[in-house]
Ligand binder design. Structure first.
Ligand SMILES: Cc1nc(C(=O)O)sc1CCOP(=O)(O)O
Ligand SMILES: C=C1C=NC(C(F)(F)F)=NC1=N
Length: 512
């Protein structure tokens, strides 16, 4: 039996239909416009109605040669000769389902935990054909779901486990809260660590079933899925020539929207002005949409801010939806449990063009930091460990990752922005290219306020003057310029006060 096409997996639901629409009419629109596999999922429908719906759905699916999967009800699946059955963790055990339906039918399973992958690996091929991995984001559709949204990072953990267990027979779809504003990122970020597996498709309910124009909704979804790359910028705002990012900064005068801590606000504004950008500090959520629509805007999100996490997440979603870049500085990543929760929520809320942190923060975000704490609380900050952690952050979040220290590390995780379905991005984190930015040590950076935070300001200005292909170049140039200005200021200053002033002067001079 040819393997099904999991690209766009519609799971039906008759409880959310708009006025004048029926389950069958929405299904027909979906099939006509590119749904590739269907699941009839009727939680609260009596068997008689379910069977009638299943027979009608089957007629439609057969017309489009699309597999029809029945949720839970193995008896009905057999009775109407459906293509397969989908069961959840609390339904009939998988070996029993496979015994009932025979070797030819498609059997799908809901998976939300890595241990469930170990179980399916144990069963081996011939038991399960695909898994629905979720819930990725919050969803109103599965009311009883007590699952914590796993985000693309959670999907990647499941994909990584499938690779570790060599489950190459399993297909995967992501499900839960998927909509046009987050699907590109889910496909782009959901990668196994070996870079050999991404999701085979996405599965959703409300985006189509609750749509006033299910056909149009389906076409939009197919267009997004057909894209081979993820885009950070709407149509590449800046000059295509990556070499003159600095000139672009002067030409475009980026608007750097800071959401940051009080201490950084004043100094960051002066740094922005010094390099030819215009700063704005705003935590007024109501104006985020206007701000990100101002030509050449960029968001610098420094989680040391006092703004509540809802405001930060709103900013991320707003800038992502307007395809304007975001630079994230996850300050004090795991310094406290409250800060860890806040930073994790922000990290999984959207796509960042650059994530910048010091060694402790990058170790934390990479996940290596946790292990380090257990083994070696002093924290192994050898260069190779720092490089490995920065590569992991770049890979996991498909971003340009910066780890600051005596030697700054910049890793390009955008990997040419590729986001294919199925085959994975083709590189592992260890393959990601990076630059080391060395310079003599500048101890006075540690004696002024917001020197690390203000590197974020310079990175944001340069990223804003880049385009989809040149984010890495822009970040390297920004870090290099900042280090150069610091070294020069260190040579001329009399103490930390004049260092602060000389740093601004040298940023001004170097940015010209
Ligand atoms: C059917 C289902 N299963 C989930 C899981 O997490 O296993 S979430 C879900 C509902 C998804 O609906 P929507 O696309 O409207 O968010
Ligand atoms: C709970 C579910 C989880 N995943 C899936 C699917 F995406 F289709 F695999 N279907 C379900 N009913």
């Amino acid at each position: 039996m040819k393997a099904a096409d999991y690209t766009l997996y519609l799971v039906t639901d008759s409880t959310m239909l708009p006025e004048g629409k029926t389950l069958i009419s929405q299904l027909a629109e979906g099939l006509k416009n590119g749904v590739t596999i269907v699941q009839l999922r009727e939680k609260d429908t009596d068997a008689k109605t379910f069977v009638a719906l299943a027979l009608e759905a089957k007629k439609l699916c057969d017309h489009y040669n699309v597999p029809l999967i029945i949720n839970d009800r193995v008896d009905i699946a057999l009775a109407i000769d459906a293509s397969g059955i989908h069961v959840g963790q609390d339904d009939i055990p998988i070996p029993m389902v496979r015994k009932l339906v025979g070797p030819e039918k498609i059997v799908g399973w809901s998976v939300g935990k890595v241990e469930e992958v170990d179980q399916l690996a144990e069963w081996g091929p011939g038991m399960i054909n695909y898994i629905g991995v979720g819930t990725v984001f919050d969803t109103q559709t599965k009311k009883d779901s007590k699952k914590i949204p796993m985000g693309p990072e959670g999907v990647s953990r499941i994909l990584t486990r499938l690779q570790e267990k060599k489950c190459d027979w399993i297909k995967t779809v992501a499900i839960g809260g998927l909509h046009p504003d987050n699907i590109s990122r889910v496909v782009y970020q959901s990668q196994s660590l070996d870079g050999k597996r991404s999701i085979d498709g996405i599965s959703l309910v409300s985006d189509i079933m609750a749509s006033d124009d299910a056909g149009q909704s389906t076409r939009i979804l197919r267009e997004i899925l057909a894209e081979k790359s993820h885009h950070f910028f709407e149509g590449g705002a800046a000059d295509k020539n990556t070499a003159n990012i600095k000139e672009n900064v002067q030409k475009l005068s980026p608007l750097i929207h800071h959401i940051t801590n009080r201490v950084h606000q004043n100094f960051g504004a002066n740094v922005a002005l010094a390099i030819g950008c215009s700063p704005i500090m705003s935590e007024v959520a109501a104006e985020f949409e206007d701000l990100c629509k101002i030509p050449h805007s960029v968001l610098l999100l420094n989680t040391g801010t006092v703004a509540d996490v809802g405001i930060l997440i709103h900013a991320v979603k707003t800038y992502n939806s307007q395809k304007r870049p975001i630079v994230l500085d996850p300050v004090g990543f795991s310094a406290s449990s409250a800060r860890l929760i806040l930073n994790k929520k922000v990290l999984s809320a959207g796509q960042f063009a650059c994530i910048k942190g010091n060694t402790g923060e990058i170790m934390g975000v990479s996940g290596l930091g946790g292990a380090m704490k257990g083994v070696d609380s002093s924290g192994d900050d050898s260069l190779e460990t720092r490089i490995e952690a920065t590569q992991l952050v770049a890979f996991k979040y498909r971003t340009v990752a910066v780890c600051t220290g005596e030697i700054d590390i910049v890793v390009d995780g955008t990997a040419s922005l590729k986001r294919p379905l199925q085959s994975g991005v083709g590189v592992s984190s260890a393959d990601l290219s990076y630059e080391l930015i060395k310079s003599e040590n500048v101890p006075l950076f540690g004696r002024i306020t917001a020197s690390g935070c203000s590197l974020g300001t310079v990175i944001a200005g340069f990223v804003c003057a880049a385009n989809d292909e040149s984010i890495f170049t822009a970040v390297v140039q920004a870090v290099t310029l900042y280090k150069l200005a610091g070294t020069r200021a260190n040579a001329t200053c009399k103490g930390s006060g004049s260092f602060l002033v000389d740093l601004i002067d040298n940023l001004y001079l170097a940015a010209e």
